[in-house]
Design a protein around this ligand. Structure first.
Ligand SMILES: *[C@@H]1O[C@H](CO)[C@@H](O)[C@H](O)[C@H]1NC(C)=O
Ligand SMILES: *[C@@H]1O[C@H](CO)[C@@H](O)[C@H](O)[C@H]1NC(C)=O
Ligand SMILES: *[C@@H]1O[C@H](CO)[C@@H](O)[C@H](O)[C@H]1NC(C)=O
Ligand SMILES: *[C@@H]1O[C@H](CO)[C@@H](O)[C@H](O)[C@H]1NC(C)=O
Ligand SMILES: *[C@@H]1O[C@H](CO)[C@@H](O)[C@H](O)[C@H]1NC(C)=O
Ligand SMILES: *[C@@H]1O[C@H](CO)[C@@H](O)[C@H](O)[C@H]1NC(C)=O
Length: 433
């Protein structure tokens, strides 16, 4: 048997305060046949009491009115070299309009060696806020930020089988695209209320490849067969109609220098990253910044819609890209309004590339005292690639190597890379589809 089922069962109990989870894993510290697997679990509940049943000393954040708390815990496992399910008994969902009671969150972890990348797989990566809100009269697209550390194709779908959900009814109020965009169209007050969203995100190889077990047995995967799959669950809340859907009035609007959705930021271990976030709302009062990010991201507020997220990555986060997602929330009496849901990707650390003599110089992190000149993010990455190939004869190969490395570090596969005559490299993102 290739699959072993690993279920971490915890004491069941009757409270119904589950508000979602995101599980991911990444393969690390690969040395020859040895490697470790970092598992990360994000869990959200209505109360700390329920969260603490699952993780006693996990790092957490909360919504100030007590709507939710969100905890993350991580652990590193040694080489198992097989595929396995990794799940938690997450408890019962909060009351929701699609009638889901028992929750189930399981990730399929595949860590057999891949013939295409010569190392075990890492899962797709993403994060999402526990509760995403939109007024019933306002159209909105929520685009989940997803990417894959191995450059695989990432697809999103509703959970649909008994290993993925107990009750699988998807919310009726939005449509989901395989790229992970939830499109909400205005509806009437009869649709208001919370919906339980249960998604699975999978990675697919771009070419047929083999999974190889230590004992020599192999298994073929083509571009239609998922390698791993992760659960992404949260609450989608349709609120009473807002007096206006224009961003910046009741719904907070992000202002410069807030990084745009999908912005890439590079930083090294032990360096401190500061992400400035600014928002305005003329007809409501901005109350807080809500976020979901790696353990130890801290937020600070200096009033009137000015916020900072600060993070100093540690060795455990090295060689990985980490999403950080945020919304700004505002209110007027009992009405609560959220900005759009935005995420950035922070890539941590040095990684030897191409040959063993490669040197990756420190990158310039973003700081509040040094804001980027435009709304798009300027990222400086110094990368030294040593090769015996000549630039004149092997232009294409060198370009492809640089491009592959940038994609491996989290840039979108659609980037275009140009080698300029002064030796510098220009990277352009092709127009969004
Ligand atoms: C390798 O191990 C797997 C899982 O334990 C088993 O199913 C398979 O038959 C083994 N293959 C060989 C060639 O021993
Ligand atoms: C994966 O396979 C490659 C090529 O066969 C080998 O060099 C590498 O050590 C293997 N890695 C692991 C973790 O088994
Ligand atoms: C959502 O996306 C669709 C398809 O790209 C687009 O037609 C629509 O205008 C978008 N809606 C909003 C509110 O951005
Ligand atoms: C980061 O800081 C820790 C604690 O001071 C230290 O042990 C570690 O070596 C540092 N790592 C790097 C890559 O600088
Ligand atoms: C957080 O913001 C407050 C208010 O502006 C400021 O006094 C404080 O120094 C900030 N804290 C940090 C760690 O920057
Ligand atoms: C926003 O909500 C808080 C907490 O419920 C409340 O104290 C505050 O008065 C509200 N703000 C407005 C402008 O209504």
């Amino acid at each position: 048997m290739l699959l072993s089922v690993l279920l971490l069962l915890l004491v069941g109990h009757a409270k119904a305060g589950y508000k979602g989870a995101v599980f991911t894993y990444s393969t690390k510290d690969v040395q020859g046949k040895r490697f470790s697997v970092m598992h990360r679990y994000k869990l959200s509940y209505s109360s700390y009491e329920e969260l603490e049943l699952r993780c006693t000393s996990c790092s957490n954040t909360e919504e100030s009115r007590g709507e939710w708390c969100l905890g993350e815990f991580a652990w590193k496992w040694k080489n198992v070299n097989c595929g396995s399910y990794d799940g938690l008994n997450t408890g019962n969902w909060i009351h929701n309009r699609n009638g889901i009671s028992t929750s189930l969150a399981q990730m399929f972890v595949e860590v057999r060696n891949r013939s295409d990348i010569n190392k075990p797989n890492s899962s797709p990566q993403t994060r999402v806020l526990p509760v995403v809100r939109v007024p019933s009269n306002c159209p909105r697209n929520i685009s989940l930020l997803t990417f894959d550390p191995d450059g695989d194709e990432v697809k999103c779908r509703y959970a649909s089988s008994s290993s993925e959900c107990d009750t699988c009814t998807p919310p009726s109020v939005f449509s989901l695209s395989s790229s992970g965009t939830l499109s909400f169209s205005p509806t009437d007050s009869s649709s208001e209320g919370p919906y339980a969203v249960q998604l699975m995100i999978e990675d697919f190889p771009r070419e047929t490849m083999m999974l190889m077990q230590n004992n020599g047995s192999t298994s073929l995967r083509n571009t239609n067969s998922a390698i791993s799959k992760i659960p992404v669950q949260f609450v989608f809340k349709v609120d009473p109609a807002a007096p206006s859907c224009t961003e910046g009035e009741y719904l907070p609007r992000f202002l410069s220098p807030t990084p745009e959705h999908g912005a890439q930021i590079f930083i090294d271990v032990n360096q401190t990253l500061e992400i400035p976030i600014r928002a305005e709302a003329t007809q409501s009062v901005i109350t807080e910044l809500l976020f979901s990010g790696p353990v130890n991201v801290v937020k600070n507020s200096s009033g009137s819609g000015h916020f900072t997220l600060r993070w100093t990555p540690s060795g455990d986060e090295n060689d990985e890209s980490h999403p950080i997602c945020f919304v700004v929330q505002a209110n007027v009496s009992s009405s609560v309004y959220q900005s759009v849901h935005q995420c950035v990707v922070v890539t941590v650390g040095n990684r030897p590339t191409v040959t063993s003599t490669t040197v990756v110089a420190p990158t310039i992190p973003l700081t509040t005292s040094n804001p980027p000149p435009r709304t798009s993010y300027l990222t400086v990455l110094k990368l030294k690639i040593s090769t015996t190939l000549s630039l004149k004869d092997n232009h294409e190969i060198i370009l492809k190597t640089i491009k592959d490395e940038l994609i491996r570090r989290g840039l979108h596969p659609d980037i275009k890379v140009y080698l300029r005559s002064d030796g510098s490299v220009e990277v352009k993102k092709t127009a969004a589809p």
